[in-house]
Write a protein that binds this ligand. Structure first.
Ligand code: FAD
Length: 479
């Protein structure tokens, strides 16, 4: 029997797992997809929000602020990308300026330091690309950007190095209480745990329903985006928001840690949590809004459009609480934005609650640090030579846009919780993220996956369970 079972391997489940791996005890993560990071965590703005926006007195307010404090140390220990680039909220008129005051006051109540109101002239000195019509800006120096995928993989790898077990293709389909804990029923069999953490993202209300907690309802909310080529990378150097509306933080223009520019998202209530369509109307809205804030944003440099689904709930605060019907089950429901920014703090809070119940002992041999997969192209000549001596596969370029070598792809496959899908490789080491979007490297990555995992190419998936890329050999079809 496990001490703790976590349902869902997004940034929240893995943040809980990593924090928990500091303690003794048997821990498992169950993930329904073939890989981790295939839910909401794969498609968001990647902003570590400053903490001024989440309403004071809410869990969001408290956990966002604490999350931001934890980021620098966590990113350093686990070696995932994080840049404290600062964010700006733009006001175009007196009414919006009033809202900036209110945001600043809210931020101060949340304990956020370093918030400043700048005039339009002052701000154009440090961010020349913003619109001349901007009259005032709320500047948050502590806000930043990260890579949600690499953060999640880093949390997972480190948790696994410290003993956490991962089970992919393991969808929880039923839950039952028994004397000492809970049984989870999956296509891979039954898992028993003294405690279960429901971190199933947009599906967490369904998990709650399985045990009779019927009072949660997630309303899926879709956000659509564009990603611009690295050529557009110097368009802005801060995260540029507009004054929030009742629909949320609105469309932003922001740098990414990989040197691209992201614009979006929209905010549309939808019926299905799986509906990750992009729409003409949505992308047009993104374009209009982004151009209002940053008139010269080069939208023609777009290399991809995509969307993500928020797990919104009524009241719009995070719900982190024990099940009303089953002892030992904790629900994490409505973890929409700023869930990514808050993830380290959510991990800390949830493990505090687990400790109250299970009193696990601290590990003496906890491994705190993790080494990132080296990006060969970015190394010094000396480092390149050293790496090539250890592994000559770093010489072979597979992705020309991002200059990714076979050595990097092999590490992505063979690390703990490693990649088994095309997008799993893309999210870990970036082949397919450049201008050609995998047109050149995609087939080569497929070949490597097939060879290394010893499975036929036709069985390799793009990402989810139903996403096989090939349907058979052309030669065979012609016979
Ligand atoms: C458009 C958009 C923009 C956002 N921007 C930001 C931002 O800039 N900053 C920020 O802080 N936050 C942002 N967020 C919010 C942030 O992305 C989420 O809070 C965070 O990713 C939620 O992570 P999660 O682990 O809860 O969910 P997920 O990543 O969805 O993980 C849940 C996992 O559970 C698995 N699962 C589901 N059901 C089962 C089952 N029955 N059995 C086993 N596994 C199951 C899923 O497959 C999935 O892998 C944004 C969200 C969206 C949609």
């Amino acid at each position: 029997m496990y001490d703790v079972i976590i349902i869902g391997a997004g940034v929240i489940g893995t943040a809980v797992a990593r924090e928990l791996s500091k303690y003794q005890g048997r821990v498992a993560i169950l993930e329904k997809n073939p890989e981790v990071c295939q839910g909401t965590t794969k498609a968001n703005s990647a902003i570590v929000h400053g903490g001024y926006d989440a309403r004071h007195g809410t869990l969001k307010g408290k956990l966002n602020k604490r999350g931001v404090e934890l980021y620098p140390g966590l990113a350093k220990a686990l070696n995932f990308p994080y840049q404290r680039c600062g964010s700006m909220v733009l006001a175009f008129n007196r009414e919006e300026e009033q809202k900036l005051w209110a945001l600043m006051e809210n931020g101060k109540k949340n304990g956020v330091e370093g918030l400043e109101l700048l005039t339009g002239e002052e701000v154009r000195q440090i961010e020349p690309g913003i619109a001349p019509e901007v009259t005032k800006v709320l500047y948050a120096k502590n806000a930043g950007i990260t890579c949600p995928f690499n953060m999640t993989f880093a949390l997972l790898e480190n948790a696994m190095e410290n003993g956490t077990e991962l089970f992919v293709n393991t969808e929880v389909k039923g839950i039952k209480e028994f004397g000492e804990g809970l049984s989870l029923f999956t296509p891979q069999g039954e898992f028993q745990g003294k405690m279960v953490i429901n971190a199933a993202g947009v599906h967490s209300d369904r998990i709650a329903e399985m045990i009779g907690d019927r009072n949660y309802k997630i309303t899926p909310n879709r956000g659509e985006y564009r990603i611009l080529d690295r050529k557009a990378g110097d368009t802005v150097s801060h995260v540029i928001f507009q004054t929030p509306t009742p629909d949320g933080k609105g469309v932003l223009v922001a740098p990414t840690v990989h040197g691209n520019i992201i614009v979006g998202p929209t905010s549309d209530g939808i019926d299905s949590p799986e509906d990750t369509r992009t729409t003409k109307a949505g992308i047009e809205k993104v374009d209009r809004s982004a151009s209002k804030a940053v008139p010269k944003v080069p939208l023609r440099e777009s290399i991809r459009i995509f969307s993500g689904i928020r797990a919104s709930v009524e009241g719009s605060d995070f719900i982190i609480e024990p099940s009303k019907t089953a002892k030992g089950l904790m629900h994490l429901i409505g973890i929409d934005s700023p869930g990514l920014a808050s993830a380290p703090a959510i991990g800390e809070m949830v493990v505090g609650e687990i400790q109250e119940r299970l009193s696990l002992e601290k590990k003496q041999n906890f491994i705190e640090k993790r080494r990132a997969i080296p990006h060969f192209e970015a190394l010094s000549n000396g480092e390149k030579e050293g790496l090539l001596k250890a592994n000559p596969r770093y010489k072979k370029i597979i992705c020309r846009c991002e200059m990714i070598t076979e050595g990097e792809i092999l590490e992505a496959i063979h690390r703990r919780g490693g990649a088994t899908t095309l997008d799993g490789i893309k999210r870990r080491v970036r082949p397919g993220s450049g201008r050609c979007q995998g047109g050149f490297c995609g087939p080569r990555v497929l070949e490597i996956l097939s060879r290394e995992l010893q499975i036929p190419m036709e069985e390799i998936r793009k990402e989810g369970t139903d996403s096989k890329l090939l349907s058979g050999k052309l030669k065979g079809a012609l016979k």
